[in-house]
Design a protein. Structure first.
Length: 387
């Protein structure tokens, strides 16, 4: 069946049609789509935060969709650094090889000619549905993905924690660039500089690639001076600005604001990882994760551009998301690493005490979850029981 247009292919891809299927790239490498990514409604690649295993190597990045490969050049992607993090180019007709702005050739997946387009539906959740069983499956699957990361393989537990925590701090839209920020920011630099908040901010902003000179802005210029010193001290290489998103987002979620809040947490909690692992009270965890962006951000959402005064703090919904997607997952990982049954049980207790998530999948399933344990279970059930 032929696709009518590119949007038709995007709709097909977002349904994760190749779950558990072993495909081959144009070059003959195995392709396993672990997660198709999230549809990008702003500028840039079509899907972001995809997880694709290519030739046995797990890649997390963007996916670009085209009817023909040559449309890559028709759309000018070869000149746009926003496409440098494309890990898979999905096409119907592969009529030419493409390259990114930095010269990389992304893997190409040609959709099978007999692809049938259909809307994926969630199977009815059975009456004897076990929320705990599927919540545990979800945790185990996420932990299995963590174990594949270099930090886990090399036994660098704190760096692994930061990678997961930073990613969760970015929500869906900026999860990947926040994760990359953790990768390029040495743990030793965070440890040694976190006593001074301005140094932590300079470190994170400088490494994020978002820090650029603003002649009349003393705050920005101070950060630049501090980062210049830190860059020499730790031999730092900042990440490219590619991937940071703010179009279509609420301004309170803009990356500059979130980075300031993250810096505040790292400055305030010198043992953030262990504190989040072993604190048993959900209320104390919420207090621990409360963070307010620096005073500069009371009148800014981006560097150098003033806005109406508003204090920008992490809200309860955002904090709950951190607890579910970072703290719970890392606690489960740590409990397996140390064979700690008590810590494992604390994860389930914490999820049971957090409010239910409200998203399209949960609403579509027709289940009103009483807590996050139930909604996490529903999300996992929908992932493995759609047809």
């Amino acid at each position: 069946m032929k696709f009518k247009n590119e949007a038709d292919i995007q709709a097909y891809w977002s349904g994760h049609p190749f779950k558990d299927a072993n495909l081959k790239s144009f070059c003959g490498k195995s392709v396993i789509v672990q997660h198709p990514g999230f549809l990008n409604t702003a500028s840039g690649p079509d899907f972001f935060n995809a997880c694709i295993r290519i030739g046995g190597v797990l890649w997390c990045g963007s996916v670009e969709i085209h009817a023909k490969s040559s449309q890559w050049f028709d759309h000018g992607h070869q000149y746009d650094p926003a496409y440098d993090n494309v890990v898979l180019h999905v096409v119907v007709d592969h009529d030419c090889e493409v390259r990114t702005c930095n010269g990389t050739i992304p893997a190409t997946l040609i959709l099978p000619s007999d692809t049938a387009r259909r809307k994926r539906k969630l199977k009815r959740i059975p009456a004897n549905f076990s929320a705990e069983e599927f919540a545990v499956r979800r945790l185990q699957r996420k932990v299995a993905d963590l174990r594949l990361l270099p930090e886990a393989i090399n036994g660098n537990t704190e760096a692994l924690f930061y990678r997961l925590f930073f990613s969760a701090f970015g929500n869906h839209q900026n999860a990947l660039p926040f994760e990359n920020l953790a990768v390029v920011t040495p743990v030793t630099a965070i440890r040694r500089q976190r006593a001074v908040l301005s140094d932590v901010e300079a470190l994170l902003y400088g490494q994020s690639g978002l820090l650029t000179p603003v002649v009349t802005d003393p705050y920005v210029n101070d950060l630049l001076l501090r980062y210049s010193s830190l860059q020499r001290k730790y031999n730092l290489i900042p990440m490219a600005t590619v991937g940071w998103k703010q179009m279509g987002m609420r301004p309170v979620n803009f990356p500059c604001v979130r980075i300031s809040q993250l810096a505040s947490l790292l400055h305030r909690h010198h043992h953030l990882m262990t504190d989040l692992i072993y604190e048993t009270s959900v209320e104390e965890l919420r207090v621990m994760l409360q963070a307010t962006a620096g005073s500069y951000w009371n009148t800014h959402f981006t560097f150098g551009s003033e806005s109406v005064y508003a204090v920008k703090s992490t809200g309860p919904t955002f904090i709950n998301s951190l607890l579910i997607n970072a703290v719970a997952v890392f606690r489960w990982y740590y409990s397996e690493l140390n064979v700690d049954t008590g810590l494992r049980n604390s994860v389930l207790e914490m999820l049971s005490s957090l409010p239910a998530e409200d998203n399209a999948t949960v609403r579509k399933a027709g289940v009103t979850g009483s807590n996050a344990l139930t909604t996490q279970a529903v999300l996992e059930f929908s992932k493995v029981n759609s047809y």
